[in-house]
Design a binder for this molecule. Sequence first.
Ligand code: APR
Length: 244
Amino acid sequence: MSERKYKNIVILTGAGISAESGLATFRSANGLWNNHKVEDVASIEGFQRNPALVHDFYNDLKKEIQKAKPNAAHLAITKLQNNYPANISVITQNVDTLHEKAGNSNIYHIHGQINQAVCLNCGHILETFGDVDTETTCPQCNVQGMMKPNIVFFGENLLCMDKVEDLLRKCDLFISIGTSGVVFPAAAFVQTAKYYGADTIEFTLEPTANNFYFDRHIFGPAGKTFPPYVEELLSSVHNKKEAD
Ligand code: APR
């Protein structure tokens, strides 16, 4: 990785960045998808088949997430955003609110947010950490029983993709933290960034499915590995200032 002074940095995060905050990832040994069938709780067919089961799953997950605190990796993103002179965006696959709790800015939740529900009748977004279920009435159109967790299910379009495409084309540094790189289209974001000339680096526990597109791989818990990298970026800018 060069001592390049970056202008547009994109940080893609996955469940791994929240692991040290006590939240389960999806595909590890005791991951969420080992204890729940994806097709039952994360597909549009599953929601149509049994909406009460899906609401229960996300209401339980919401309680877990509400208790979680951001860790050193989330806080290091805030430090980078506050001290490195570049546009720095966070594209997250996570539905938790730890980036917000850590004070990150420019956050794009492409898979939705646990503290939101969407009305399938009028499109209203209800922000709540309270339970949502098949009895919930939409506060905008007053129709009951049409609320769905604002989570992007397999088979649905991602959110914020127009902005994401623009960010990926413009970025000169693409950082991936805590994602296995197996779920598309997020898994191909690094390929787009690389194609448009970005330096690319990933922080995970072990080699990922799309590691071919990363210039650098830093293995280990992101709470330990990412803050020193932020210091490396900040000192490179500081040294550059002194040299200029
Ligand atoms: N620090 C850094 N990386 C970690 C840590 C940690 N403490 N703990 C786990 N990881 C890494 C793992 O090595 C793995 O590469 O995080 C990744 C977690 O992978 P997944 O469980 O597959 O989670 P994610 O990549 O976010 O899943 C993507 O799949 O089911 C869908 O919508 C869901 O957004 C999710 C998407």
